[in-house]
Design a protein around this ligand. Structure first.
Ligand code: ACO
Length: 320
C-alpha cells in the first residue's frame, strides 16, 4: 500500500510583529486588555502593500522543500489553500510553481477558508495514495489583512498574514493515517466576504464579516466531533494523540477543544498569541514552528484540524 508522509515543513511571516497597542496607535477603537482577554492574541504580522500571497507561499515552500532534502524540480503536485489569492485567476499555485522555477506538474488552489489547508492536505494524500503523484507541495498562504475592514474592531484585531507549507511524499510507511472533511453551506452567512466580482471589479461589500458568537459555538462543537471521528477511523485512542494542532483562531476555542477531548493543554500547540488568525496558513505555520522548536518529533501522532467559512471543517491525523 502507498502511504503519504510529511517529509519537510516551512513557514513565512511577513515583517515585524504588530502589537495590539500598535493597532490602537493606527486608530482601531480597542485595547490590549480586550484583545488578550477575549482572544489570547498579542501580536500578528501584516504584509506590506507590495507583498502577495504567492510571495509568502514561496518562502514557506523553499523552506519545506529544503527540509525534505529535495529540489523544486522533484515536486510533481502543488496545492495552495487560500482565500486571498493574488488574482481571480490564474491560481496562486500556478504562480508559485513559476516562482519556484518549475513546470509540468499539476498545480491548483483549494478554497475552504480556514479549513483550506486540511482540505488541501487530504486531497494531496488521496492523490498520492492512488499513485497519481509522488511528491506534493501543500501550502496554506494568506494576506488576510487585505480583506479586513479596519473600522470593524470586532474582526480586524483577530487576523494576520503568513504562510506554511509541507512536502508530502509517497512512502511505504505511514504517514497520514486518516482524514475527515465536512461542510454545511447553510451556515455561509456567519463568516463571509459578501462582495461579488464582476468584470474584475468587486461590487458590494469587499470585507470580511462575521457573527463572532455563532462562529465560536460552531467551531467548538465541530472541532471536538471531527477530531473524535478521525481518531476513530485510525483506531487511535484520544489519549494517544501527542499533539493537537487546531486552526489558530482564538485561545479560548483552542483550550475548550482540548478540554472537551480530554487532552492536557501541554499537548496543544498554540501560536495564535503571536500570529493572530492566519486562516488557511495557521495550521502549517503552527506545525512548522512546533517541529523547529523540537516539540513535534518523528513518530509523534499529530491531529491537525480546521474550521472556517463555508462553513467547513475537517481533520487529518498524521504520524510524523
Ligand atoms: N475591542 C474592544 N471592544 C470590542 C472589540 C474590540 N476589538 N470588538 C468588539 N468589542 C465590543 C463590542 O462592541 C461589544 O460591546 P457592547 O457590549 O458595548 O456592545 C463587546 O465588545 C462584546 O462584543 P461581542 O462581539 O459580544 O464579544 P465576544 O465576547 O463575542 O467576543 C469575539 C468577540 C472575540 C470575536 C468572539 O466572538 C470570538 O472569538 N468568536 C470566534 C470568532 C473567531 O475566532 N473567528 C475567527 C474566524 S473564524 C475561524 O477562523 C473559524
Amino acid at each position: 500500500m502507498i502511504h503519504a508522509r510529511i517529509t519537510g515543513t516551512g513557514s513565512c511571516l511577513p515583517g515585524d510583529p504588530v502589537s495590539n497597542l500598535a493597532l490602537v496607535a493606527r486608530g482601531v477603537d480597542t485595547s490590549d486588555e480586550w484583545i488578550v482577554e477575549r482572544t489570547g492574541i498579542r501580536t500578528r504580522h501584516l504584509a506590506s502593500a507590495g507583498t502577495a500571497t504567492s510571495d509568502l507561499a514561496l518562502e514557506a515552500s523553499r523552506m519545506a522543500i529544503a527540509a525534505a532534502k529535495l529540489a523544486p524540480a522533484d515536486i510533481d503536485l502543488i496545492i495552495v489553500a487560500t482565500s486571498t489569492p493574488d488574482f481571480i485567476f490564474p491560481s496562486t499555485a500556478c504562480l508559485l510553481q513559476a516562482k519556484l522555477g518549475i513546470k509540468g506538474g499539476a498545480a491548483f488552489d483549494v478554497q475552504a477558508v480556514c479549513t483550506g489547508f486540511i482540505y488541501a492536505l487530504a486531497t494531496a494524500d488521496a492523490m498520492i495514495k492512488t499513485g497519481m503523484h509522488k511528491k506534493a507541495l501543500v501550502v496554506g498562504a494568506e494576506v488576510f489583512s487585505r480583506i479586513l475592514d479596519w473600522r470593524d474592531r470586532g474582526t480586524c484585531v483577530l487576523f494576520g498574514d503568513g504562510a506554511g507549507a509541507v512536502v508530502l511524499e509517497a512512502s511505504d510507511k505511514p504517514g497520514i493515517r486518516a482524514s475527515s472533511l465536512h461542510a454545511d453551506g447553510s451556515q455561509a452567512g456567519i463568516l463571509c466576504v459578501p462582495g461579488q466580482v464582476a468584470g474584475g471589479v468587486v461590487s458590494g461589500d469587499p470585507f470580511l464579516r462575521m457573527d463572532g458568537q455563532a462562529v465560536f459555538k460552531l467551531a467548538v462543537k465541530v472541532l471536538d466531533e471531527v477530531a473524535r471521528e478521525t481518531a476513530a477511523k485510525a483506531n487511535l485512542p484520544l489519549e494517544k494523540i501527542d499533539w493537537l494542532i487546531p486552526h489558530q483562531a482564538n485561545v479560548r476555542i483552542l483550550n475548550s477543544t482540548a478540554k472537551k477531548l480530554g487532552l492536557p493543554t501541554d499537548h496543544l500547540i498554540v501560536t495564535v498569541d503571536r500570529h493572530g488568525n492566519t486562516s488557511a496558513a495557521s495550521i502549517p505555520l503552527a506545525l512548522d514552528h512546533a517541529i523547529r522548536a523540537g516539540r513535534v518529533k518523528p513518530g509523534h501522532q499529530v491531529m491537525l484540524e480546521g474550521v472556517g467559512g463555508g462553513f467547513t471543517w475537517g481533520a487529518v491525523l498524521v504520524e510524523m
